[in-house]
Design a protein around this ligand. Structure first.
Ligand code: ATP
Length: 234
């Protein structure tokens, strides 16, 4: 297993949101976590990333327990999170944002990492000197993913990468995520718009009110009547 959560409980102050979440993500898989607004998807990713300390349970990454560790230590271990708000440095140029993503890496690898990102997202190469806050939503999402790739992750977690994007850009971003996986990176995606995420996923989980309620391959869940009714609008 590349990433596993064991009986994970977490929340905000006294309010428990996650009631024993158990995810298992094998090396090289794309796994998605789908669920309605407020189901606990973001809380799950933030807990895995070390941004929320779980009240109990484990996060096991690449054979090591990482729950309770600082977020930057988790990045150094190879688990990198792309937040839903993207958290770019708006006044900095594209290439400067990418450099910031490499803060855990030796300076000597910067050039190669950036070239890899430019290969995944050619638009970022074209716009390398553009200020991040003047880029379109889709380009900013690509930049946020590219910046995460600069940390050379073994596993990438993405919080709603398609949110607010035009349909053709959604397809483009999901295609890039598949290309990232094809370079050997394990991927966990959270999505509210489940359909396209399920199409590129090897497996998926459904979360409701802080508990996992269904699990299957991407195609099993696309065909599951409960998923179709609740999450695919069909
Ligand atoms: P969304 O798609 O809306 O982001 P989600 O599945 O990611 O939904 P979470 O963001 O994990 O859901 O939220 C789960 C629950 O935790 C919600 O009831 C939400 O109101 C609550 N919550 C989220 N952030 C906080 C916070 N900082 N303080 C208190 N409660 C919070």
């Amino acid at each position: 297993m590349m990433l596993e959560t064991v009986d994970l409980h977490a929340g905000y102050r006294k309010l428990e949101i996650l009631h024993g979440v158990e995810l298992r993500i094998g090396e090289g898989e794309i796994v998605s976590l789908i669920g309605a607004n407020g189901a606990g998807k973001t809380t799950t990713l933030r807990t895995i990333a070390g941004l929320i300390t779980p009240t109990s349970g484990k996060v096991v990454f690449d054979g090591q327990e990482v729950q309770g560790r600082r977020a930057d230590e988790i990045v150094r271990a190879g688990l990198v999170h792309v937040a839903q708000d993207r958290a770019l440095f708006g006044e900095l140029q594209v290439w400067e944002n990418l450099e910031m993503g490499a803060y855990t890496q030796p300076r000597s690898t910067m050039r190669e990492s950036m070239d890899r990102v430019f290969e995944l997202f050619p638009i970022l190469a074209e716009r390398r000197q553009q200020r991040a806050d003047t880029m379109s939503g889709g380009q900013q999402q690509m930049l946020a993913i590219g910046r995460a790739m600069m940390a050379r992750p073994k596993c990438l977690t993405l919080d709603e990468p398609s949110v607010g994007l035009a349909p053709n850009l959604v397809a483009q971003v999901l295609e890039a995520i598949t290309a990232i996986r094809d370079t050997g990176v394990t991927v966990l995606i959270v999505e509210q718009n489940a359909k396209q995420a399920l199409r590129i996923s090897d497996r998926a989980y459904v979360i409701e009110n802080g508990s996992l309620v269904l699990e299957g391959t991407g195609s099993e869940l696309i065909d599951d009547p409960r998923v179709r009714e609740a999450y695919l609008g069909a």
